[in-house]
Write a protein that binds this ligand. Sequence first.
Ligand code: COA
Ligand code: AMP
Length: 660
Amino acid sequence: MPEQKSHASAAPVTYASVYRRSVEDPEGFWLEAASAIDWIESPTRALDASSAPLYRWFPDGRMNTAANCLDRHVEAGHGERTAIIYDSAVLGTVEHISYAELTDRVARFAGVLRDQGVGAGDRVVIYLPMTPEAHVAMLACARVGAVHSVVFGGFAAKELAVRIDDARPRAIVTSSGGIEPSRRVEYLPAVAEAVDLAEHTVGAVIVRHREGFQTSLQDMPGDGRAGVGNPETSGQGTSWLDWDEAVSRAEPVEPVAVAATDPLYILYTSGTTGAPKGVVRDHGGHAVALAWTMANIYDVGPGQTMFTASDVGWVVGHSYIVYAPLLVGATTVLYEGKPVGTPDAGAFWRVAAQHGVRSLFTAPTALRAIRKMDPEGALAAEYDLSGLRTLFAAGERLDPETQGWIGELLGVPVVDNWWQTETGWPIGANPVGLQSLPIKTGSCTAPSPGYAVRILDGAGQPVEDGMEGNIALRLPLPPGTLTTLWGDDQRYVDSYLSAFEGHYATGDSGLIDEDGYLFVMGRTDDVINVAGHRLSTGALEQALATHPAVAECAVIGLADALKGQRAAGYVVLKSGVSVDGEAGLAALQDELRAAVRSTVGAVADFRQVAVVEALPKTRSGKILRKTMRQMADGEPYTVPSTIEDRSVLDALEPVLRTTG
Ligand code: COA
Ligand code: AMP
């Protein structure tokens, strides 16, 4: 366990003592933390283990997350405080939205949802760019007890349709589109296609109009007329509504009381197969845990400003662009732009200086992109960053070189924090709000209070100190982590709780060193991470397999200097299919790239694909993706003894070496 080494003065509370209490007395620890939340009915106990291995937190508590994010701050006299600074680098605009104003917008949009028959427990899919409507829609769902599921704008129609069929939403909330530096991304055609593709019938699609897009509500089924469904389409009975018009007709709605254990949201994430997993987050545990992290990890309190440069479509965005800053009455920066190119690599520093940012949170990829454009950090020197206390990085491994470069440039601690969509908040971090522990580059520092982290071998036995193994978390997981997978408890148990008895398997490998520092090294499964975006190789393979020429294929994640990993595909053609020279090969490769783009989405950034004779497999038919990846990356590799035909691997080696 890392102890404080650098601070001579005796801190009243140390990380070590807090951590110890959290694992020895989780009941007392989390009940105490629960006092940071306003309850309609206070919980009398913290943990409900009656359905183990499915655990519930604060089983008898009742509350409302939106009321905790909004109304209570207004009622406490802080209505004029800024809740959101919407800084759109792509539009060149800045808007400050106070807590009072946001509360009003959310209450009115909650009225719109009510008018569409959305009530407690109903699902709402949100497909919105980085604009304040994302906050409004998410919090309005929370206000009426509906369960939102935000889908990232970089996903294509098919991925959206898959999520619609799994979540079975009563409504979809969307907008004309998102603005990328190079183009405008039209959302409405994708939403219309997804509504069509989905078997589930969505009751209403509510569209926030944005200027500058080609498609509008009038182009949608039923001419976009409010309340008119189009029985001609397979999205029968779907009404398309204009956001502003609907708001003008709606009455504001008060927050409803929900059980702490009720679902707040579903967030789909990539597993090893093509079918995304719907991670379910509850109301009470989520609010308690996030409020705790703001004070103890991210070091941001009421009236202070946090800038999380992610997207509301990812878990980092859910937790630290939307919920956590608002839960504690802080100001959150909603940044619509990129780290580079909007307009330059000084964008983050401009935002941090202009808005007095105290904690900045981003992905290592973004830092590498900034470094590539501005290696000397000259642009950072143009801004007054004296208010910045800490830089947080998560989403993928923070390589020591980038960590060193940015730490030196900014002169503030760079805190690597490791977590997953499933956990909702860091499993490992330097808890700078509680106590700054000495930083070791390459390590995310220490297990967060509440997480009993174990390094296990394949048989579930603890490895020797300092040895790498599977990172597992002893059950129960702390509040704020997933409660199950949407509609499928068994899949949750099978996917996460079955590999190691009494533990949650993170799917990451790593080690704990002699000082108790945690090092996360990479995934143990076929999930890859491209620019901090988690993708399933299975979903990419499914997309390639839709091409009529493809007999079988494999996708692996190769090391990439900018994006951490990039996806590379290897396809075997059906017998009798051949490509006609270099032009024919190039045309096929373009079609394969297009197949991935149109099914998974632009975010996969899928460029590299090779045609090969055969794929190396085990005798049971499993493709040797790990060996392929190691060969391509030029790493030492072992060939499993179960390989079916060694000559296939040998034949592939030159291809892998040139693609790596
Ligand atoms: N909506 C629609 N399309 C999107 C999108 C969105 N929200 N986000 C990305 N895309 C598209 C891009 O336009 C691009 O499309 P293109 O092939 O037509 O150019 C494609 O997806 C890949 O985009 P991106 O991953 O952003 O790569 P890039 O090369 O354009 O930019 C970086 C590189 C490093 C600047 C960028 O990846 C980045 O900002 N990374 C940080 C990611 C992050 O914050 N992750 C959060 C995890 S916590
Ligand atoms: P996601 O669910 O999209 O947040 O992706 C979670 C995965 O990203 C983790 O399981 C890790 O593989 C990786 N990851 C996230 N943060 C870190 C980090 N700080 N260090 C190493 N890997 C990370």
